[in-house]
Write a protein that binds this ligand. Structure first.
Ligand code: ZN
Length: 89
């Protein structure tokens, strides 16, 4: 492995970079590459956004909705107008 990272090297380490799992030298080499390679710069940027979104959705509680929230939903459903009775009903 040379001093300079290729696009493939960067792609292979993108995950680890964003997760902060890379060592100082790998990080430096990636940033050197990003400075000269718009494609990888864009790629890392996109991946950061994707990961941030995944993290945000993972942070949402996956437990049952609280009873109060459930009541609010039921109240809203109950407030819906009754469907028109069918003529032949
Ligand atoms: Zn590149």
């Amino acid at each position: 492995m040379g001093v300079r990272f290729t696009c493939k090297d960067v792609a292979a380490r993108a995950d680890a970079l964003i997760d902060g799992e890379l060592g100082l030298w790998d990080r430096l080499r990636i940033h050197l590459h990003l400075a000269i390679c718009k494609g990888c710069d864009h790629f890392i940027h996109q991946m950061r956004q994707t990961k941030a979104m995944i993290r945000a959705s993972a942070a949402l509680p996956d437990e049952e909705p609280a009873p109060a929230a459930l009541d609010a939903i039921l109240a809203r459903v109950a407030a819906e107008p009754e469907p028109e009775p069918k003529p032949d009903g």
